[in-house]
Design a protein around this ligand. Sequence first.
Ligand code: LLP
Length: 424
Amino acid sequence: MDHFLYRDGILHAEDVPLTEIAAQVGTPVYVYSAATLLRHYRLFDEALAWGPHLVCYAVKAASNVAILKLLGDAGAGMDVVSEGEYRRARAAGVPGERIVFSGVGKTEAEMRHVLADGVRQINLESEPEMRQLSRIAAEMGVEVPVTVRVNPDVDAKTHEKISTGKSENKFGIPIAKAREVYREIAALPGLRVVGIDVHIGSQLVDLEPFRLAYRKVADLTEALRADGHAIERLDLGGGLGIPYARSNLAPPVPMDYGQVIRDEVGHLGCEIEIEPGRLIAGNAGILLTRTIFVKEGEGRDFLIVDAAMNDLIRPAMYGAHHDIEPVREPAPGSVRRPYDIVGPVCESGDTFAKGRDMVPLGAGDLIAFRSAGAYGAVMASEYNSRPLVPEVLVSGDDMAVIRARPSFEEMISRDTIPEWLNTP
Ligand code: LLP
Protein backbone atom coordinates (compact mmCIF):
# COMPACT_ATOMS: atom_id res chain seq x y z
CA MET A 1 0.00 0.00 0.00
CA ASP A 2 1.18 3.49 -0.74
CA HIS A 3 -0.15 7.02 -0.50
CA PHE A 4 -0.36 7.93 -4.19
CA LEU A 5 -4.10 7.89 -4.91
CA TYR A 6 -6.58 9.71 -7.11
CA ARG A 7 -8.69 12.23 -5.30
CA ASP A 8 -11.13 14.58 -7.06
CA GLY A 9 -9.83 13.27 -10.36
CA ILE A 10 -6.16 14.16 -9.65
CA LEU A 11 -3.36 11.86 -8.53
CA HIS A 12 -2.16 13.00 -5.10
CA ALA A 13 0.93 12.37 -3.01
CA GLU A 14 -0.78 12.05 0.38
CA ASP A 15 -2.87 15.27 0.54
CA VAL A 16 -0.94 17.21 -2.09
CA PRO A 17 -2.10 17.17 -5.73
CA LEU A 18 0.75 16.33 -8.10
CA THR A 19 -0.43 19.20 -10.31
CA GLU A 20 0.51 21.54 -7.45
CA ILE A 21 4.02 20.08 -7.17
CA ALA A 22 4.54 20.34 -10.93
CA ALA A 23 3.41 23.97 -10.82
CA GLN A 24 5.75 24.86 -7.96
CA VAL A 25 8.85 22.81 -8.73
CA GLY A 26 8.54 21.99 -12.43
CA THR A 27 9.14 18.61 -14.02
CA PRO A 28 10.75 16.12 -14.04
CA VAL A 29 10.74 15.71 -10.26
CA TYR A 30 10.82 12.83 -7.79
CA VAL A 31 8.06 12.93 -5.17
CA TYR A 32 8.19 10.83 -1.99
CA SER A 33 5.51 10.12 0.58
CA ALA A 34 6.76 10.28 4.18
CA ALA A 35 3.82 8.19 5.43
CA THR A 36 4.66 5.41 2.97
CA LEU A 37 8.36 5.43 3.89
CA LEU A 38 7.54 5.19 7.58
CA ARG A 39 4.87 2.58 7.06
CA HIS A 40 7.28 0.32 5.17
CA TYR A 41 10.03 0.76 7.77
CA ARG A 42 7.57 -0.13 10.55
CA LEU A 43 6.39 -3.26 8.72
CA PHE A 44 9.92 -4.62 8.94
CA ASP A 45 10.30 -3.49 12.53
CA GLU A 46 7.08 -5.29 13.48
CA ALA A 47 8.03 -8.41 11.48
CA LEU A 48 11.10 -8.79 13.70
CA ALA A 49 9.42 -7.77 16.96
CA TRP A 50 9.78 -11.35 18.25
CA GLY A 51 13.40 -10.67 19.21
CA PRO A 52 16.22 -8.11 19.40
CA HIS A 53 16.75 -6.54 16.00
CA LEU A 54 17.78 -3.46 14.04
CA VAL A 55 16.34 -2.56 10.64
CA CYS A 56 19.26 -0.94 8.80
CA TYR A 57 17.80 0.93 5.84
CA ALA A 58 19.97 0.43 2.71
CA VAL A 59 20.90 4.05 2.01
CA LYS A 60 21.77 3.28 -1.60
CA ALA A 61 18.07 2.92 -2.47
CA ALA A 62 17.24 6.59 -1.83
CA SER A 63 19.84 8.60 -0.01
CA ASN A 64 18.42 12.09 0.38
CA VAL A 65 19.33 13.32 3.86
CA ALA A 66 15.70 14.25 4.57
CA ILE A 67 14.63 10.64 3.91
CA LEU A 68 17.45 9.35 6.13
CA LYS A 69 16.40 11.76 8.88
CA LEU A 70 12.78 10.65 8.67
CA LEU A 71 13.74 6.98 8.97
CA GLY A 72 16.56 7.55 11.45
CA ASP A 73 14.27 9.51 13.78
CA ALA A 74 11.83 6.59 13.64
CA GLY A 75 14.62 4.37 15.00
CA ALA A 76 16.10 2.89 11.82
CA GLY A 77 19.75 1.99 11.54
CA MET A 78 21.53 2.49 8.22
CA ASP A 79 23.44 0.19 5.88
CA VAL A 80 26.02 2.22 3.94
CA VAL A 81 28.47 1.26 1.21
CA SER A 82 30.65 4.34 0.90
CA GLU A 83 31.99 7.25 2.89
CA GLY A 84 29.49 9.43 1.06
CA GLU A 85 26.56 7.35 2.29
CA TYR A 86 28.07 7.21 5.78
CA ARG A 87 28.37 11.00 5.83
CA ARG A 88 24.78 11.38 4.64
CA ALA A 89 23.55 9.15 7.47
CA ARG A 90 25.58 11.13 9.99
CA ALA A 91 24.32 14.41 8.51
CA ALA A 92 20.81 13.07 9.11
CA GLY A 93 21.68 12.64 12.78
CA VAL A 94 22.02 8.85 12.79
CA PRO A 95 24.62 7.85 15.39
CA GLY A 96 27.58 5.73 14.32
CA GLU A 97 26.44 2.89 16.56
CA ARG A 98 23.45 2.42 14.27
CA ILE A 99 25.46 2.41 11.02
CA VAL A 100 26.64 -0.79 9.35
CA PHE A 101 29.34 -0.45 6.67
CA SER A 102 29.07 -2.94 3.77
CA GLY A 103 30.69 -3.19 0.34
CA VAL A 104 33.42 -5.10 -1.50
CA GLY A 105 35.83 -2.23 -2.02
CA LYS A 106 36.18 -0.05 1.04
CA THR A 107 39.23 2.18 0.70
CA GLU A 108 41.73 2.91 3.43
CA ALA A 109 40.45 6.51 3.66
CA GLU A 110 36.89 5.26 4.09
CA MET A 111 37.93 2.83 6.81
CA ARG A 112 39.80 5.54 8.68
CA HIS A 113 36.86 7.92 8.46
CA VAL A 114 34.26 5.55 9.89
CA LEU A 115 36.62 4.23 12.58
CA ALA A 116 37.28 7.76 13.74
CA ASP A 117 33.62 8.80 13.70
CA GLY A 118 32.08 5.57 15.03
CA VAL A 119 30.48 2.57 13.39
CA ARG A 120 28.28 -0.27 14.58
CA GLN A 121 30.01 -2.92 12.53
CA ILE A 122 31.96 -3.44 9.35
CA ASN A 123 30.89 -6.27 7.09
CA LEU A 124 34.07 -7.74 5.62
CA GLU A 125 34.04 -9.26 2.17
CA SER A 126 37.58 -10.55 1.56
CA GLU A 127 40.84 -11.53 3.21
CA PRO A 128 42.85 -8.56 1.90
CA GLU A 129 40.14 -6.31 3.30
CA MET A 130 40.24 -7.84 6.76
CA ARG A 131 44.03 -7.59 6.92
CA GLN A 132 43.91 -3.95 5.89
CA LEU A 133 41.17 -3.10 8.39
CA SER A 134 43.10 -4.89 11.15
CA ARG A 135 46.23 -2.89 10.40
CA ILE A 136 44.35 0.44 10.38
CA ALA A 137 42.30 -0.31 13.52
CA ALA A 138 45.39 -1.42 15.43
CA GLU A 139 47.24 1.69 14.30
CA MET A 140 44.34 3.88 15.46
CA GLY A 141 44.16 1.99 18.75
CA VAL A 142 40.53 0.87 18.29
CA GLU A 143 38.79 -2.48 18.15
CA VAL A 144 36.12 -2.65 15.47
CA PRO A 145 33.14 -5.03 15.52
CA VAL A 146 33.13 -7.10 12.33
CA THR A 147 31.14 -9.74 10.51
CA VAL A 148 32.16 -11.62 7.41
CA ARG A 149 29.81 -11.61 4.47
CA VAL A 150 29.46 -15.18 3.37
CA ASN A 151 28.40 -16.20 -0.07
CA PRO A 152 25.94 -19.09 0.44
CA ASP A 153 25.82 -20.07 -3.25
CA VAL A 154 22.06 -19.74 -3.42
CA ASP A 155 20.22 -18.72 -6.57
CA ALA A 156 18.09 -15.68 -5.70
CA LYS A 157 16.14 -16.16 -8.96
CA THR A 158 16.17 -12.48 -9.73
CA HIS A 159 17.64 -10.29 -12.49
CA GLU A 160 21.23 -11.28 -13.24
CA LYS A 161 22.57 -7.78 -12.57
CA ILE A 162 21.14 -7.70 -9.04
CA SER A 163 21.82 -11.29 -7.97
CA THR A 164 24.73 -11.50 -5.52
CA GLY A 165 24.64 -14.79 -3.64
CA LYS A 166 25.93 -17.22 -6.28
CA SER A 167 29.50 -18.45 -6.14
CA GLU A 168 30.31 -16.70 -9.44
CA ASN A 169 29.44 -13.25 -7.99
CA LYS A 170 32.12 -10.93 -6.61
CA PHE A 171 30.46 -10.70 -3.20
CA GLY A 172 31.49 -12.25 0.12
CA ILE A 173 33.67 -15.26 0.82
CA PRO A 174 32.57 -18.81 -0.03
CA ILE A 175 30.67 -20.21 2.93
CA ALA A 176 32.82 -23.34 2.84
CA LYS A 177 35.87 -21.20 3.64
CA ALA A 178 34.22 -19.30 6.48
CA ARG A 179 35.66 -21.22 9.42
CA GLU A 180 39.19 -20.73 8.18
CA VAL A 181 38.61 -17.00 7.63
CA TYR A 182 37.06 -16.49 11.07
CA ARG A 183 40.05 -18.30 12.61
CA GLU A 184 42.39 -15.82 10.93
CA ILE A 185 40.30 -12.84 12.04
CA ALA A 186 40.27 -14.01 15.65
CA ALA A 187 44.06 -13.84 15.61
CA LEU A 188 44.22 -10.36 14.07
CA PRO A 189 44.51 -7.25 16.25
CA GLY A 190 41.90 -4.51 16.07
CA LEU A 191 39.02 -6.75 14.92
CA ARG A 192 36.29 -8.20 17.12
CA VAL A 193 34.01 -10.83 15.57
CA VAL A 194 30.36 -10.11 16.38
CA GLY A 195 28.45 -12.05 13.78
CA ILE A 196 27.81 -13.20 10.23
CA ASP A 197 26.52 -11.24 7.23
CA VAL A 198 24.73 -12.47 4.12
CA HIS A 199 22.93 -10.74 1.22
CA ILE A 200 21.87 -12.75 -1.80
CA GLY A 201 20.31 -10.24 -4.14
CA SER A 202 17.60 -7.71 -4.74
CA GLN A 203 13.97 -7.79 -5.90
CA LEU A 204 13.40 -11.34 -4.65
CA VAL A 205 9.78 -12.32 -5.11
CA ASP A 206 10.07 -15.75 -3.51
CA LEU A 207 11.03 -16.48 0.11
CA GLU A 208 12.64 -19.84 -0.63
CA PRO A 209 16.12 -18.49 -1.54
CA PHE A 210 16.12 -16.50 1.72
CA ARG A 211 15.15 -19.64 3.63
CA LEU A 212 17.96 -21.66 2.04
CA ALA A 213 20.55 -18.96 2.68
CA TYR A 214 19.46 -18.39 6.29
CA ARG A 215 19.51 -22.12 6.99
CA LYS A 216 23.15 -22.18 5.88
CA VAL A 217 23.87 -19.18 8.10
CA ALA A 218 22.27 -21.00 11.07
CA ASP A 219 24.50 -24.04 10.50
CA LEU A 220 27.52 -21.79 10.19
CA THR A 221 26.59 -19.99 13.43
CA GLU A 222 26.70 -23.27 15.30
CA ALA A 223 29.98 -24.30 13.69
CA LEU A 224 31.62 -20.95 14.47
CA ARG A 225 30.36 -20.98 18.04
CA ALA A 226 31.85 -24.44 18.44
CA ASP A 227 35.12 -22.96 17.21
CA GLY A 228 34.90 -20.40 20.00
CA HIS A 229 33.66 -17.31 18.13
CA ALA A 230 31.09 -15.00 19.69
CA ILE A 231 28.34 -14.94 17.08
CA GLU A 232 25.82 -12.50 18.57
CA ARG A 233 24.44 -10.76 15.50
CA LEU A 234 23.20 -11.97 12.16
CA ASP A 235 23.01 -9.42 9.36
CA LEU A 236 20.63 -11.02 6.89
CA GLY A 237 20.87 -8.40 4.13
CA GLY A 238 18.12 -6.82 2.10
CA GLY A 239 16.39 -7.91 -1.06
CA LEU A 240 12.68 -8.37 -0.48
CA GLY A 241 10.94 -7.44 -3.74
CA ILE A 242 8.07 -5.08 -4.41
CA PRO A 243 5.14 -5.19 -6.85
CA TYR A 244 6.18 -3.10 -9.86
CA ALA A 245 3.06 -3.87 -11.87
CA ARG A 246 -0.35 -3.70 -10.25
CA SER A 247 -1.50 -6.48 -12.52
CA ASN A 248 1.09 -8.94 -11.14
CA LEU A 249 0.86 -11.18 -8.12
CA ALA A 250 2.15 -9.34 -5.09
CA PRO A 251 5.47 -10.59 -3.65
CA PRO A 252 5.64 -11.84 -0.05
CA VAL A 253 5.18 -9.20 2.65
CA PRO A 254 7.64 -8.29 5.45
CA MET A 255 5.63 -10.22 8.06
CA ASP A 256 6.08 -13.49 6.09
CA TYR A 257 9.75 -12.67 5.60
CA GLY A 258 10.13 -12.07 9.35
CA GLN A 259 8.57 -15.46 9.95
CA VAL A 260 11.11 -17.15 7.65
CA ILE A 261 13.88 -15.47 9.64
CA ARG A 262 12.35 -16.62 12.90
CA ASP A 263 11.94 -20.19 11.60
CA GLU A 264 15.50 -20.46 10.37
CA VAL A 265 17.61 -18.49 12.86
CA GLY A 266 15.23 -17.53 15.69
CA HIS A 267 16.49 -20.30 17.99
CA LEU A 268 20.05 -18.97 17.98
CA GLY A 269 19.40 -16.01 20.28
CA CYS A 270 21.17 -13.57 17.97
CA GLU A 271 20.29 -9.94 17.40
CA ILE A 272 18.91 -9.76 13.87
CA GLU A 273 19.89 -7.03 11.44
CA ILE A 274 18.33 -6.61 8.02
CA GLU A 275 19.17 -4.14 5.25
CA PRO A 276 16.03 -3.47 3.21
CA GLY A 277 16.15 -0.64 0.70
CA ARG A 278 13.75 -1.16 -2.16
CA LEU A 279 10.76 -2.24 -0.12
CA ILE A 280 11.02 0.83 2.10
CA ALA A 281 11.58 3.43 -0.64
CA GLY A 282 10.40 1.89 -3.93
CA ASN A 283 6.67 2.40 -3.73
CA ALA A 284 7.13 5.50 -1.57
CA GLY A 285 8.26 7.53 -4.58
CA ILE A 286 7.16 8.46 -8.07
CA LEU A 287 8.81 10.30 -10.91
CA LEU A 288 6.54 13.07 -12.13
CA THR A 289 7.03 14.11 -15.74
CA ARG A 290 5.27 16.10 -18.42
CA THR A 291 4.61 15.18 -22.01
CA ILE A 292 6.52 17.45 -24.38
CA PHE A 293 5.15 16.12 -27.67
CA VAL A 294 2.98 13.36 -28.98
CA LYS A 295 4.67 12.19 -32.14
CA GLU A 296 2.86 10.01 -34.58
CA GLY A 297 5.14 7.27 -35.79
CA GLU A 298 4.68 4.47 -38.25
CA GLY A 299 2.38 1.98 -36.59
CA ARG A 300 2.94 3.53 -33.17
CA ASP A 301 2.71 6.84 -31.42
CA PHE A 302 5.44 8.20 -29.17
CA LEU A 303 4.86 10.08 -25.97
CA ILE A 304 7.98 12.18 -25.62
CA VAL A 305 8.25 13.18 -21.96
CA ASP A 306 10.59 15.55 -20.13
CA ALA A 307 12.10 12.79 -17.95
CA ALA A 308 14.77 10.64 -19.52
CA MET A 309 17.06 7.68 -18.89
CA ASN A 310 19.45 9.95 -17.01
CA ASP A 311 16.69 10.61 -14.44
CA LEU A 312 15.40 7.02 -14.16
CA ILE A 313 17.74 4.45 -15.63
CA ARG A 314 16.01 1.25 -14.50
CA PRO A 315 14.06 0.57 -17.73
CA ALA A 316 17.15 1.11 -19.91
CA MET A 317 19.50 -0.77 -17.59
CA TYR A 318 17.45 -3.73 -16.43
CA GLY A 319 14.49 -3.68 -18.81
CA ALA A 320 12.50 -2.81 -15.68
CA HIS A 321 8.77 -2.23 -15.78
CA HIS A 322 7.27 0.81 -14.05
CA ASP A 323 3.53 1.41 -14.03
CA ILE A 324 2.79 4.73 -15.69
CA GLU A 325 -0.32 6.72 -14.84
CA PRO A 326 -1.77 10.00 -16.03
CA VAL A 327 -2.08 12.53 -13.21
CA ARG A 328 -5.59 13.42 -14.41
CA GLU A 329 -7.73 10.39 -13.62
CA PRO A 330 -9.13 8.73 -16.75
CA ALA A 331 -12.91 8.62 -16.98
CA PRO A 332 -14.25 5.14 -16.27
CA GLY A 333 -14.33 3.02 -19.42
CA SER A 334 -12.00 5.35 -21.38
CA VAL A 335 -10.55 3.75 -24.47
CA ARG A 336 -6.82 3.13 -24.27
CA ARG A 337 -4.23 3.08 -27.00
CA PRO A 338 -0.64 1.89 -27.12
CA TYR A 339 2.19 4.39 -26.79
CA ASP A 340 5.95 4.13 -26.74
CA ILE A 341 6.96 6.35 -23.86
CA VAL A 342 10.38 7.87 -24.43
CA GLY A 343 12.66 10.61 -23.11
CA PRO A 344 14.58 13.30 -25.00
CA VAL A 345 18.05 11.69 -24.67
CA CYS A 346 19.79 10.80 -27.92
CA GLU A 347 19.74 7.03 -27.50
CA SER A 348 17.15 4.49 -28.52
CA GLY A 349 17.61 2.98 -25.07
CA ASP A 350 15.95 6.07 -23.64
CA THR A 351 12.65 4.25 -23.70
CA PHE A 352 10.53 3.82 -20.58
CA ALA A 353 7.88 1.58 -22.11
CA LYS A 354 6.93 0.13 -25.46
CA GLY A 355 3.34 -0.29 -26.61
CA ARG A 356 1.99 0.76 -23.21
CA ASP A 357 -1.79 1.10 -23.19
CA MET A 358 -2.73 4.55 -21.97
CA VAL A 359 -5.73 6.84 -22.29
CA PRO A 360 -5.09 9.36 -25.08
CA LEU A 361 -2.66 12.01 -23.89
CA GLY A 362 -1.54 15.30 -25.32
CA ALA A 363 1.36 17.71 -25.02
CA GLY A 364 1.55 19.25 -21.55
CA ASP A 365 -0.18 16.37 -19.75
CA LEU A 366 1.42 15.18 -16.53
CA ILE A 367 2.19 11.51 -15.98
CA ALA A 368 3.69 9.59 -13.07
CA PHE A 369 6.15 6.70 -13.16
CA ARG A 370 5.28 4.64 -10.14
CA SER A 371 7.57 2.57 -7.89
CA ALA A 372 10.43 4.95 -8.66
CA GLY A 373 11.42 5.79 -5.08
CA ALA A 374 14.21 3.22 -4.88
CA TYR A 375 17.18 3.25 -7.26
CA GLY A 376 15.63 6.23 -9.04
CA ALA A 377 17.08 9.61 -8.03
CA VAL A 378 20.22 7.95 -6.64
CA MET A 379 21.09 6.53 -10.05
CA ALA A 380 20.39 9.76 -11.91
CA SER A 381 23.12 11.52 -13.86
CA GLU A 382 23.52 14.70 -15.88
CA TYR A 383 23.89 12.84 -19.17
CA ASN A 384 23.05 15.09 -22.11
CA SER A 385 23.75 17.99 -19.68
CA ARG A 386 20.35 17.67 -18.12
CA PRO A 387 20.55 19.15 -14.59
CA LEU A 388 20.13 16.59 -11.82
CA VAL A 389 16.46 15.85 -11.16
CA PRO A 390 15.07 17.50 -7.98
CA GLU A 391 13.30 15.75 -5.09
CA VAL A 392 10.21 16.66 -3.06
CA LEU A 393 9.02 15.10 0.19
CA VAL A 394 5.33 15.18 1.10
CA SER A 395 3.85 14.59 4.54
CA GLY A 396 0.08 15.09 4.83
CA ASP A 397 -0.53 18.44 3.20
CA ASP A 398 3.05 19.62 3.71
CA MET A 399 5.47 19.51 0.84
CA ALA A 400 9.14 20.45 0.82
CA VAL A 401 11.81 20.53 -1.85
CA ILE A 402 14.48 18.27 -0.34
CA ARG A 403 16.85 18.68 -3.28
CA ALA A 404 16.52 21.68 -5.52
CA ARG A 405 16.94 21.51 -9.26
CA PRO A 406 20.39 22.93 -10.01
CA SER A 407 20.43 25.91 -12.33
CA PHE A 408 22.30 25.59 -15.60
CA GLU A 409 24.88 27.99 -14.17
CA GLU A 410 25.45 25.71 -11.17
CA MET A 411 25.85 22.71 -13.41
CA ILE A 412 28.28 24.39 -15.78
CA SER A 413 30.26 26.23 -13.11
CA ARG A 414 31.59 22.96 -11.73
CA ASP A 415 33.78 22.69 -14.82
CA THR A 416 36.92 24.77 -15.06
CA ILE A 417 38.86 25.84 -18.11
CA PRO A 418 42.62 25.42 -17.55
CA GLU A 419 44.73 28.53 -17.71
CA TRP A 420 46.70 27.24 -20.70
CA LEU A 421 43.55 27.07 -22.82
CA ASN A 422 42.88 30.73 -22.08
CA THR A 423 46.30 32.02 -23.05
CA PRO A 424 46.45 33.03 -26.70
N1 LLP B 1 22.42 -4.86 1.38
C1 LLP B 1 23.35 -5.03 0.42
C2 LLP B 1 24.68 -5.53 0.79
C3 LLP B 1 23.04 -4.72 -0.92
O1 LLP B 1 23.96 -4.90 -1.86
C4 LLP B 1 21.76 -4.24 -1.25
C5 LLP B 1 21.41 -3.88 -2.63
C6 LLP B 1 20.83 -4.07 -0.21
C7 LLP B 1 21.19 -4.40 1.09
C8 LLP B 1 19.44 -3.56 -0.45
O2 LLP B 1 18.68 -4.40 -1.23
P1 LLP B 1 17.14 -4.12 -1.50
O3 LLP B 1 16.41 -4.37 -0.21
O4 LLP B 1 17.01 -2.72 -1.93
O5 LLP B 1 16.77 -5.08 -2.54
N2 LLP B 1 19.95 -0.75 -8.85
C9 LLP B 1 19.23 -2.01 -8.78
C10 LLP B 1 19.28 -2.63 -7.40
C11 LLP B 1 20.68 -2.86 -6.88
C12 LLP B 1 20.71 -3.45 -5.50
C13 LLP B 1 22.09 -3.46 -4.95
N3 LLP B 1 22.23 -3.93 -3.62
C14 LLP B 1 17.80 -1.78 -9.25
O6 LLP B 1 17.46 -0.67 -9.62
O7 LLP B 1 17.01 -2.72 -9.30
